[in-house]
Every structure is written in structure tokens, then in C-alpha cells.
Design a protein. Structure first.
Length: 216
């Protein structure tokens, strides 16, 4: 049960879909490979997908998360496969205050992961004309308790390369630390990324991810 709850946390924190998501107009993006969500929504549509492999375990995960802007709301309808188990993902995210360069933005997301409802409150703060952006999340699953996330994205090479660093967790679990690189093959259209995550304590696990994101 604890493993499933943790996967649910990572789902929410990743979606925008992310989920994630957000876009085109801003030079920095908190979508894939973040699990922590951001206070932006996709302008038109996106498809996000990633594969996760856990060290010291035969288990793996595959996520497919398409999202579109529908009348000012970001709607995600996707699915995943976790060690042979399939889950449907449905989420709606809406802005309370749009994030602008050097400003603060707020958003709220509501959804269901494998039939378990959740909500997530999102705040983002931009620095240095979006070269640095910090994101914070507080949420809860009906069956899994409270969740939280704190993330930083930084522009490393203009228009194409971003570094990400975040920590996230769930009630009564040790934090997970997650870091990696996002590279725009075609700026604001096609992205690839790779990351590593570590959780200490009783979980004591390491995982790796590779992902893609297409905006259209």
C-alpha cells in the first residue's frame, strides 16, 4: 500500500501534465521532468511521456500524459503502467493568478489517479526574468494523506538547456530528492530529458527516468 501511495504522489507532482504544464510564452518551464507542478497551463496541447527504472528492483513505469487547454482550463487524460498495473489519470488545472516574469503565480489542480481523488495547491515564483523559477506544492490524496513538493529550475544555456532540482514527499514518508537536465531539441516544441532520484530511510531507493515532451 505504501508503495502505491508513493507512486500516486509522484503522479500528481509530475502531471501538468504536469503536467504538467505550462508554456510557450515563458522562457522557463516546470513541466517534465518535474514531479512538482507549476502555476502555468498549456497554451494549446502537449503530449508528455516518460519511462522510469528503479535500481535494485525489476519494476519499471511508463507514463503517457496528453493535455490540452479547454476554455482556459488545462485538462489531462492519460494512463500509466507500473509493474504490470494500469491506472487511468484525469486532471483539471486552472490558474488563480498567472505567473509572469519576476512575479508570483498560483494555481489549483483537481483529479483522480487510479480512482483515488486528489487536489494540489500550487505556487510559483520567477526570478531574473524567468532564468530561475521556484515552485511549491501542497496537496492530498483521499486515501493517501498529504503531499508536498519544492522545486527549482534554472536556465543553464540560453533557450535550450535547463537544470532541475526538487524534493517531494508524502505524509509519514522520507523525502525524495530528484535532479536532472531538460534539453529543447526544437525550442518550445520538442524536448528530451533525463533525471535521477534518491530516497533514503526505509525506502532506500534510486530511480532513473528518460522522457520526451511535444507541444503543438
Amino acid at each position: 500500500m505504501a508503495g502505491r501511495v508513493h507512486r500516486k504522489l509522484k503522479h500528481r507532482l509530475t502531471l501538468t501534465c504536469q503536467a504538467f504544464a505550462l508554456f510557450f510564452a515563458a522562457p522557463a518551464y516546470a513541466a517534465r521532468p518535474f514531479f512538482t507542478d507549476d502555476a502555468r497551463i498549456v497554451e494549446h496541447c502537449q503530449i508528455e511521456s516518460f519511462y522510469k527504472e528503479q535500481r535494485r528492483s525489476a519494476g519499471s513505469e511508463f507514463w503517457f500524459l496528453p493535455a490540452c487547454n479547454a476554455f482556459g482550463f488545462e485538462v489531462t487524460l492519460g494512463a500509466n503502467r507500473i509493474e504490470g498495473e494500469h491506472n487511468e489519470i484525469l486532471q483539471t488545472k486552472f490558474l488563480l493568478k498567472p505567473l509572469e516574469p519576476n512575479g508570483i503565480g498560483y494555481a489549483l489542480s483537481l483529479g483522480s489517479f487510479g480512482g483515488d481523488p486528489y487536489f494540489n495547491a500550487i505556487g510559483s515564483k520567477s526570478f531574473m526574468d524567468d532564468r530561475l523559477v521556484v515552485h511549491a506544492n501542497l496537496g492530498s490524496f483521499r486515501d493517501g494523506g498529504g503531499t508536498w513538493g519544492l522545486g527549482l529550475e534554472a536556465l543553464l544555456a540560453a533557450k535550450r538547456v535547463y537544470g532541475i532540482l526538487e524534493t517531494f514527499g508524502q505524509h509519514r514518508e522520507t523525502p525524495t530528492y530528484h535532479y536532472g537536465i531538460r534539453f529543447w531539441v526544437v525550442p518550445n516544441r520538442f524536448q528530451i530529458d533525463t533525471t535521477r532520484g534518491d530516497q533514503t530511510g526505509t525506502a532506500n531507493r534510486t530511480f532513473y527516468t528518460v522522457g520526451v515532451r511535444l507541444l503543438f
